[in-house]
Write a protein that binds this ligand. Structure first.
Ligand code: 13P
Length: 228
């Protein structure tokens, strides 16, 4: 099981140091922390496995505001999230740019967590499978690729998907590309166990609950327990 904490736009460098000083990844589970770019150095120094929240598809160039794979690798960063729904919603990310980011990062030696997931309207109109097929189709299989299934309606809403919905989506994704699949969306210590028990769930991408050492540790421990 892999548990990744996506801190989004939270935690300064000093807050990151404080988290890492307190956090000890439990045995029996792989743990990744994804802080903002400005806190990557402190997270790496804190001894955890660190992924960035985005990465560009060129090594360098006139791309104001972007960060490249060689820049991350030199810092000791191990990978990057690509295609998070917040980037698709607010920053114009498309399946094509997600594909370019993922392919370049994997080629450069980084791990990648590529995010997919349907909106509430898409689920209600019955097109979830079509959306997932379209989003996954642009991703090439790779031994450092992980997919995160994050239904947009479950992100930050407290409304976790049911374990049946999660299993169905994960099975579909794995039938398209055979890589580990994480679930993301309102994961909390008291609701993750039924999701973790599903056959095609290989871990979680945790937002809000990854910001406190106690709740993130509890989710990591739940993952370690379920597969021990
Ligand atoms: P929450 O766990 O806060 O719902 O966020 C999920 C997420 O978007 C992780 O990438």
């Amino acid at each position: 099981m892999l548990i990744a904490g996506n801190w989004k736009m939270y935690k300064t460098p000093s807050e990151t140091e404080a988290f890492c000083a307190q956090f000890e990844p439990p045995a029996g589970v792989d743990v990744v922390i994804c802080p903002p770019f400005t806190s990557l150095r402190e997270a790496v120094a804190g001894g955890v496995t660190v992924y960035a929240q985005n990465v560009h598809w060129e090594d360098e160039g006139a791309f104001t505001g972007e960060v490249s794979a060689p820049m991350l690798l030199e810092l000791g960063v191990s990978g990057a999230i690509v295609g998070h729904s917040e980037r698709r919603q607010h920053f114009g990310e498309t399946d094509e740019t997600v594909a370019k980011r993922a392919a370049h990062a994997l080629g450069a030696g980084l791990g990648v967590i590529a995010c997919v997931g349907e909106s509430e309207e898409e689920r209600e109109s019955g097109v979830t499978a079509d959306v997932l097929r379209r989003q996954v189709a642009v991703l090439e299989p790779h031994d450092r690729l992980v997919i995160a299934y994050e239904p947009v309606w479950a992100i930050g809403t407290g409304k976790i998907a049911t374990h049946d919905q999660v299993q169905e989506a994960h099975a579909l994704i794995k039938s398209l590309v055979d890589v580990p699949v994480l679930y993301g969306g309102s994961c909390k210590p008291d609701n993750v166990e039924p999701v973790f028990a599903e056959r095609d769930v290989d871990g979680a991408l945790v937002g809000g609950a990854s910001l406190q050492v106690e709740s993130f540790t509890a989710i990591c421990e739940a993952a370690a327990r379920i597969r021990s």
